[in-house]
Design a binder for this molecule. Sequence first.
Ligand SMILES: Cc1ncc(COP(=O)(O)O)c(C=O)c1O
Length: 340
Amino acid sequence: MDAKDFFMNGEFLSVERAVISIRTHGFAYGTACFEGIRGYWNEQDQQLYLFRLREHYERLLRSCKILQISLPYTVDQLIEITRELVRRNDQRQDVYIRPVAYKADEMIGVRLHNLTDHFTITAEPFGNYIDITGLHCGVSSWRRIDDNAIPARAKITGSYVNSAFAKSEALQNGFDEAIMLTHEGHVSEGSAENIFLVINGDLVTPAATENILLGITRDTVIELARRELGRITRERQIDRTELYIAEEIFLCGTGAQIAPVVRVDHRSIGDGKVGPISSTLQELYFEVARGRRPEYRAQWCTPVYTQAEAHQRERQALDHPPDARLHHPPDARQSSEVLD
Ligand SMILES: Cc1ncc(COP(=O)(O)O)c(C=O)c1O
């Protein structure tokens, strides 16, 4: 269901009341940082699982530190506020949650220090962000912002102008997504995704020092590849032309999920079809994120509803199966695929 409430500065407010002034510092100067978090509805469990919520809030607090924003909440409190927000909205479908910490003063003057910090969270229904069946990417003429310009390891709203330049250029040139290079000309990341290549059977991804956002999905992929496929990921510098000769490429991120790339700059990747490592990791990711793998559920999936609420819903769904189907989107990967 569409959000009824947002969280703003310590209160749950109706969507209509949760507004900011056009003079807000964060709006004028991009002095804000945020997170993008997915919640996956599990029809069988009648449960909404928030994927790696703790890691997202740990990263938000790191971004805040870089941006000199202080939030009056611990990670545990942020987790509870988020669960409460989704419960209030009675959301029982795939959702996207966006916490934003921002400089709130209504004044002219660009700086980070001695300003008032505010915090909001929104939660809304969400399907696919980009195609997950095979992308054609173009290497962007826009370079990824450098750590000494706007640090990419912090998820700063202002730096998404860099992403927007790259994304629009890619789409307007007929590609599906951009791959950005660092100023030195090494592969960095997509406009809002990390990138993995398979080279000689090895998984390879740009190192943390290549001006990337250290993605939580990237970390999930590294972990799943190690635990489930017995493959260690090499984090290193990657040349542009390694993209052209890779056996497989995929992008990953909270929005993108796992999105295989089948062409780069008009060159087929491998045989031009989604490769076996990409598709296996994609399948695993969806299983794990939707809470279908108990061995990962406790570690990575935060349930929104209490056991009692979930059981009550489960019983209702069993008693009234046709109604349940009308009220909830289909479960599993189709739900993302259909919603887009
Ligand atoms: C620039 C950028 N890189 C990488 C990612 C992937 O990060 P995560 O997997 O934590 O969502 C994102 C998405 O949030 C992003 O915006």
